[in-house]
Write a protein that binds this ligand. Structure first.
Ligand SMILES: [Cu+2]
Length: 73
């Protein structure tokens, strides 16, 4: 198999993400962590889905640093 960059899909819950401003803050924070990440957020479900190279631990840390409370799904 040819070597390739590993992309993983990580899903977390962020209950204190409550408006469009929170969504843009989190999106920006994740993009700073991994510029190539695909970020898909459902505000209604308080769900953040990230497809990229960051680990779940990195993502939790990043969302917490942005001022939110990440939770495992
Ligand atoms: Cu908000």
């Amino acid at each position: 198999m040819a070597p390739s960059e590993e992309m993983t899909m990580i899903e977390i819950k962020v209950p204190d993400m409550t408006c469009g401003h929170c969504v843009s803050t989190i999106t920006k924070a994740v993009k700073e962590l991994d510029a190539s990440a695909k970020v898909d957020i459902s505000l209604a479900e308080h769900r953040v889905r990230v497809e990229g190279k960051a680990s779940k631990e990195d993502l939790f840390h990043c969302v917490a640093e942005a001022g939110f409370t990440p939770q495992a799904v």
